[in-house]
Design a binder for this molecule. Structure first.
Ligand code: ATP
Ligand code: MG
Length: 453
């Protein structure tokens, strides 16, 4: 009720926007060539329903950008002049979410369409607490204001799936065609308003293979330190998006090029400033990229376990050098690594427990005698631990032979498994290893020494 009154008052007292107060360019489907087949039926239905009720409704943001590039969008956002309450009233399964800015999630089976009301550009009278924190940002505005609040020109396009027209307030279509990432408004101001936009610039440029327009790129290295003010949880979300974009290697390379890595994100420090672990990390990232691009799922816990493994190894080795016992030393190294990371980068708790398990399993792969291997393959997290082991082998951190042995054990029948255990107990295997590896394993049952270097 109150929101409806606020919305009414707003329409009566429309503010003049500072940016983008022009009429949009209207680009027909013949000109832009979007393939309507790539539009989700649910998104189309939401637009049609709202339009039939007398509202304006458009597909907006990343989905339009992707459609123009002939890429199937992974999700669809819709912008409309209807208020959240009005939106909700038209759908059976619709939920208003968010406190600062209300959005509506309209559900169709597994698919969620996010619908938001056009936002106003200037929020001079928004509710602010005594510390200046914004409590309510529910000020609705005109479409051109909504477009000017968006970050890049290529993300501020509105596609009407019923007429096929694209509305373009900021020459976004031209920028898509030129493969150029350009900030709307004054880039330095926009980064100050929200420093995460610097990371978004890098992510989109890397993911789409676009060049960053010079005026958009130039302030980044100067303003990089503003990222320190971003709440840890938001930073974590953005890092996760970056690492799971299917282009993480390109993103990391760009972050480095823009000076965004140094001393800002502890995770990135670990990834980028430890040459010893670079091979392992880059291999892990490129495998993640391959999986994402092949449409396979990836586990963030596993991903973070790979990214931080070298930090764990370094700390573990430091403890072993002081003659600490192996397993307690590993557990303490894990604690230290997690602690250092969570201080700034809030890795979510459920991911942390995955990471601990994957790391904690690694020494168990070294025990290839008695009943240990039988118990290990039954472990709930065996698969993740085993994949991690293979990655270590591929990165030359442990003998390839060790990974191979486990692959054979995994696929073997009961008799063959007993033979494999005998083979391991004899202190070797039929698989040749390098002299270096043999020397390191000297004195044990073939795999007793820590793999740490
Ligand atoms: P993708 O989902 O492929 O990562 P996207 O462009 O859809 O890319 P979202 O984070 O889903 O990105 O945001 C949807 C839209 O909301 C963006 O296209 C942009 O218009 C706007 N937006 C998101 N984050 C910001 C921001 N920090 N500043 C300004 N506008 C933003
Ligand atoms: Mg999106």
């Amino acid at each position: 009720m109150i929101n409806r009154v606020i919305a009414r008052v707003q329409t009566l007292f429309k503010r003049k926007p500072k940016r983008g107060g022009r009429d949009p360019k209207r680009i027909s489907s013949r000109e832009h060539g979007i393939n309507g087949e790539l539009v989700s039926r649910s998104a189309l239905r939401v637009c049609e329903t709202l339009q039939k009720a007398g509202h304006r409704a458009y597909i907006v943001g990343g989905a339009v950008r992707d459609l123009l590039l002939d890429i199937a969008p992974k999700d669809f956002d819709i912008a409309t002049d209807a208020t959240p309450e009005q939106i909700k009233s038209h759908f059976r399964r619709a939920f208003i979410i968010g406190r600062r800015f209300k959005l509506v999630h309209v559900m169709f089976g597994q698919e969620t369409i996010e619908v938001s009301t056009f936002r106003a550009l200037v929020n001079a009278d928004r509710l602010i607490d005594e510390h200046g924190r914004v409590l309510s940002d529910n000020l609705y505005g005109e479409q051109n204001e909504d477009s000017a609040r968006r970050d890049f020109t290529i993300n501020a396009l509105y596609y009407d799936p019923t007429t096929g027209d694209v509305l373009d307030y900021h020459e976004g279509v031209k920028d898509v065609r030129a493969r150029r990432l350009r900030m709307i408004g004054e880039p330095a101001d926009r980064y100050r308003e929200d420093p995460v936009r610097m990371l978004r610039a890098v992510r989109f440029a890397a993911k789409l293979g676009f060049a960053i327009d010079e005026a958009t790129r130039e302030p980044i290295h100067r303003m990089a330190e503003l990222i320190e003010n971003v709440p840890a949880a938001r930073l974590f979300d953005e890092m996760l998006k970056l690492l799971t974009s299917g282009h993480s290697v390109a993103c990391i390379t760009r972050l480095r090029a823009e000076g965004l890595h140094h001393g800002l994100l502890p995770l990135l420090d670990v990834i980028l400033e430890q040459p010893a672990g670079e091979r392992f990390v880059m291999l892990a990232l490129s495998r993640t990229d391959e999986r994402v691009r092949a449409g396979k799922s990836i586990s963030p816990g596993y991903l973070f376990a790979t990214l931080l493994w070298n930090d764990v190894l370094a700390k573990w080795n430091a403890r072993l050098a002081k003659d600490e016992h192996r397993i307690p030393a590993l557990n303490l190294a894990i604690d230290e690594t997690i602690e250092a990371q969570t201080e700034k980068l809030a890795i979510q708790r459920r991911f942390v427990s995955d990471m601990r398990e994957i790391w904690g399993l690694q020494p168990r792969f070294e025990r290839r005698t008695g009943r240990s291997p039988f118990r290990l393959v039954e472990h709930l997290r065996f698969r993740a631990g085993y994949d991690f082991l293979l990655l270590r082998a591929a990165a030359d951190e442990i003998p390839v032979e060790q990974g191979d042995w486990w692959t054979r054990f995994l696929h073997a029948g009961p008799d063959e498994r007993e033979k494999l255990i005998e083979e391991a107990a004899r202190g070797g295997s039929s698989t040749a290893t390098t002299g270096k590896r043999r020397r390191r394993r000297r004195g044990g049952n073939g795999d007793g020494a820590p793999s740490a270097v």
